[in-house]
Design a protein around this ligand. Structure first.
Ligand code: SAH
Length: 338
């Protein structure tokens, strides 16, 4: 049975009409589940008994299970159990300008980035659209507040689960569903070039972030296996194409790893690579984990890297650190559990 939280409004209308039902019932259902937070079909008071029976036979309205929450003042980390007992996680971050969520897109990940906890646990399967949407609904219900922005930067490579991610984006962006503005949605990829090209043609204004993490192929090959499939040159060409098609600025993520990619020379090389492109660089402090030997760059090195980029005219910010006390690094909570 299809879970209702994985179906866009347009698709639901098609299914209903196809089954001889009124198209308008889709609006009523969306109103109940996304607006009134009513998930029991028996309580859909404007829907008659025949249609209630039909809905119950046709769709699942149930949820993944919220297993555990680790909390700090400005960050909450959620561990969910799926129907097949797989575990995934999401993080909510409370900023002074709003609440953002980071959702997972797969169970595990096959990209194999050497410094990443999620990559240690190989991909088991893609998440269904409803399993991504429900992370957001359950987290939002838990804090009893609307979520303002969403980054797809949790466990998994979103562009390795492309169709479900696009449906997810449509659903959270729909004003009749979760109503998160496209400009407040960000997809982060390790650089799956053909999907960046495909993504460039979509009609919505969603942000794209690229996990670059190195200024040249030699370093990138050592830490990110994807770079053997797509070189930095190919990646830069894809970014140029994306920018030409969408006119949207791309975020370059760069996690600073001690003695690997954090020297002043690396910063200069990165600046030369990105010069003239409409990008901004987000420097990320590495979250050290027990299972992996990479170390975080020192505060001095992070500052030097930042200043060097800045002096070279590159737009750059250092990402605020959340949740050091709890297991907030990508995949850490789940990896304690499996
Ligand atoms: N697969 C996607 C999205 C998930 S990873 C991607 O690669 O972009 C989200 C981001 O967290 C990536 O930039 C990833 O490189 C980074 N990351 C992974 N482990 C980390 C850690 N321990 N500390 C800091 N950043 C990490």
């Amino acid at each position: 049975m299809t879970n209702i939280f994985g179906i866009t409004k347009e698709d639901l209308e098609l299914i209903l009409v196809n089954d001889g039902k009124k198209k308008f019932m889709a609006t009523q259902i969306f109103e109940w589940i996304y607006n009134k937070h009513e998930y029991n079909v028996d309580n859909f008071s404007n829907i008659n008994n025949d249609n209630k029976k039909y809905l119950k036979e046709k769709f699942d309205f149930d949820f993944i299970t919220l297993e555990k929450v680790e909390e700090d003042i400005d960050v909450k980390k959620f561990l969910f159990r799926l129907k097949d007992n797989q575990k995934i996680e999401s993080v909510i971050m409370i900023h002074n300008y709003g609440i953002s969520i980071c959702v997972s897109s797969q169970v595990g990940c096959n990209m194999g980035c050497k410094f990443c906890e999620s990559g240690r646990l190989k991909k088991v399967r893609n998440l269904e659209t409803y399993e991504i949407v429900e992370q957001l609904i359950l987290a939002s219900n838990y804090i009893n507040k609307k979520i303002d922005s969403c980054v797809i930067m949790g466990i998994g490579e979103p562009f390795d689960n492309y169709d479900n991610i696009i449906n997810f984006i449509k659903l959270i962006n729909d004003p009749k569903a979760l109503n998160i503005g496209a400009r407040h949605i960000t997809v982060s990829t390790c650089g799956v070039v053909p999907k960046i090209i495909e993504f460039a043609s979509l009609p919505f204004q969603v942000n794209l972030a690229i996990s670059l993490h190195a200024p040249n192929d030699t370093i990138r090959n050592k830490i990110m296996p994807i770079s053997k499939a797509y070189s930095i040159d190919e990646l830069m060409n894809a970014l140029d194409y994306y920018y030409k098609k969408t006119n949207r600025r791309v975020t370059i993520e760069y996690v600073l790893l001690k003695d690997i990619n954090d020297s002043k020379d690396c910063a200069i090389e990165l600046a030369n690579l990105l010069k003239g492109k409409n990008v901004y660089v987000n420097l990320i402090g590495y979250n050290e984990t027990n299972n992996i030997s990479f170390k975080a760059s020192s505060k001095e090195n992070i500052d030097l890297f930042y200043d060097t980029l800045k002096k070279c005219g590159i737009n750059v910010t250092v990402r605020r650190k959340f949740g050091n006390k709890i297991s907030a690094a990508c995949g850490q909570l789940r990896s304690k559990e499996v």
